[in-house]
Design a protein around this ligand. Sequence first.
Ligand code: NAP
Length: 518
Amino acid sequence: MSRKVTDNVVETGASDTSAPRHVTTIIVGSGFAGLGMAIRLRQQGRDDFLVLERGSEVGGTWRDNTYPGAACDVPSHLYSYSFALNPDWTRSFSKQGEIQNYIRSVAQRHDVLDNHVFDCDVTSIRWNNETTQWEIGSSKGAFTADTVVSAIGALCEPSLPDIKGINDFEGEIFHSARWNHDADLDGKRVAVIGTGASSIQIVPAIANKVASLDVYQRTAPWLLPRMDRPYLLPERLAFKHIPGFQRLSRAAIYAARETQVLGLTRLPVLMKGFEALSRAKLAIEIRDAELRRKVTPNYRIGCKRMLISNEYYPALDRDNVDVVTDPIAEVKAGSIVTKDGTEREIDALIVATGFHVTDSPVYETVYGRDGRSLAEVFDEIGQQAYKGSAVANFPNLFFLVGPNVGLGHTSMVYMIESQINYVADALATIAEQDLHTVEVRPEVQRDYNRDLQDKLAKTVWNTGGCASWYLDKHGNNTTLWPDFTFRFRSLTRQFDVDAYNVTTSAAARADDQKVVAP
Ligand code: NAP
């Protein structure tokens, strides 16, 4: 059954007091994942879905991360949807604004914006055993749905450091993913906490504008060269007009990136070349021996995400930039004090400390068949899912960018599209086979995750001697996919209904009749 729901949902769903509006499928979030899912449903001829998005436009992480220097570290031609290649990329590695424009244009071209409810903060997702539907609470009213696709992403909830006194800081303070563009940093004394992927882009972008910049480093990252350059006009014309040229280029980038999987997951010796390259870069780009010592990583390359930048080390080497490695003891109204007792005065504090990934607060808002939240379930068994897409006890709920589908070496959009294949086929199977509920069997989920953890145990992420957001509080790697990405693609090609406990709509209808029969 397909129904046009858009207009009246936006109208009647806009008030907390209105009755819940029913939609067959609700997608939560409209970043690369949620938007891609919406487009696929539209391509399948469906219009009985809504995308609830807390922001005021599509884009997800690329809408939210507007910090100076924000750019992707996966090449442009790979970091895009396979069904919407863009011959007009201006650089080999795109900047945030260009990616956001691309996502916007894809949404417009595929005519799914009318299915969106923007500025809609989803506050709860609860399975109702009586109605066998999902009940969704939001800032734009209540909804019910037969199926829910969670596409909230892993890097959406900023993680703020629990540092004594940080809430009493009186200058400008903001997280990298919530950049305050009204804050004028020019000529100011600024501190950045964190040296991850965001920080290493922010630091060079602001170093020459601020009076002084203190970079608080807990763990030094491994850095590789960034092979970024503008595309020349002949190249762009070739991407546009020579049939197959762009796909070929994309395939070559994909293949080159995929070779890293062997080194990261099975043959650590293969990472030695990267390590040598990174050490050479450090030696060339940082003149000061003491600074070089400070920023030399003390774990194996690849254990944390390998970062790419040609500007970070030279920025650290500037006279107005200091790398502080003494742990932070406390933040005061106008300064940061480190454990060695040094107090450094600042006007602004940028918190580039990453995201809640394995402990997402969203998990506390999703309640399954037995009344327990995802947070409670994950607390017990660890963050896990079957094929990153389904969790036992949560019928008719699918995840995009769920547990263990993350990557460090290539395009997440590839993984997202694999999951979209799987979930779209699941929704089609539900319709074709007249299924009422599908819920992954606990033993299937358990075996799948046992196999994953066996593979992960040998990887550099688990054995490389670092602490990272890839690992949860139990020390399990519940974020990354430990194999070639084409293996995940083949695993998710079709919905494997045999892995699921199902109920049929016919049985549900019969139950309903029993209830109403005299
Ligand atoms: P991140 O990689 O998690 O880095 C957070 C940084 O903050 C780390 O250096 C961490 O130190 C430090 N930190 C955390 N808590 C701290 C505390 N209490 N005190 C002191 N330091 C603390 O976060 P991110 O840089 O935002 O990047 C997150 C992910 O987003 C990346 O891994 C990547 O997947 C994605 N990303 C991609 C791009 C890109 O494509 N160019 C850009 C930005 C982000 P430790 O290392 O010691 O934990």
